[in-house]
Design a protein around this ligand. Sequence first.
Ligand code: GLU
Length: 294
Amino acid sequence: MAEGKSRHGFLNDAMNASCYRGRLAPSPTGFLHLGHARTFWTAFQRAQNARGTLILRNEDLDPARSKSQFVSAMIEDLHWLGISWVEGPDCGGSFGPYSQSQRGDLYRSAFEKLRKGHFIYPCTCSRQDVQKALHAPHAADDEPIYPGTCRNNTFDIIGNRKVNWRFRVPDGETIRFVDAHFGPQEFVAGRDFGDFVVWRADNVPSYQLAVVVDDALMKITEVVRGADLLLSTARQILLYNALGWEPPSFFHCPLMTDASGIRLAKRNDALSLRTLRENGTMPTDLQRQFLTGF
Ligand code: GLU
């Protein structure tokens, strides 16, 4: 095995880089739970091992679901756990912290680039229209595969209507990447995922667009996040290509489940960091558990 290469040929490349830049990207829509804690601890460890930078990015784009009390709670929980956002060498990017709600102009200009390049189209379908038109089974991440009803819409159909803007995926094309934890991955556009929204009818950029713009402009070299986003990574690689940007490396963490095998969610309070802390769990107990976790 060549020096500096891991089993998957990727891991140590990112770790050895003197300009490693990672990020913590929580959404303030609820209290952090044990699964978030393990992912963020992993991100923190990888940035520290690389003597790099770790940026905090508050993903508060969704005005209906983001609450300021959860922003302060997540910062407090992360500090309690022993995680801090660290500044490594100056590699040309800034250090944050950032809030996505303050970065609308950046998302808008990426959107305009996609529109001018004819990568996206306006879609007038409601969620119910999409569900009704479905013949194919749902994709693994539960987002229905868009049946393509509006694919040939031209920009002038919009008028005063509120539309979703969708990215037209290259049907049949295989998107490949090497995940630093799970190894080689491949997903087929149009089969594993369909045309996805980049700008919502309520005038909010989608998660997919915002995260690509941010990771690129913040010069993130490695994205560490939960395995529920593996399929989204394929979508995001298409956006990087369309915008002419180089994708970062990826490390997806296995998801945590509760005792009955159900994936942890923000609505399950039992394993929130708050509840664990109230019940006497110490940060060191969790850190030890994470080290042996996977
Ligand atoms: N904000 C997203 C979440 O809390 C994570 C996004 C990402 O890491 O790409 O699930």
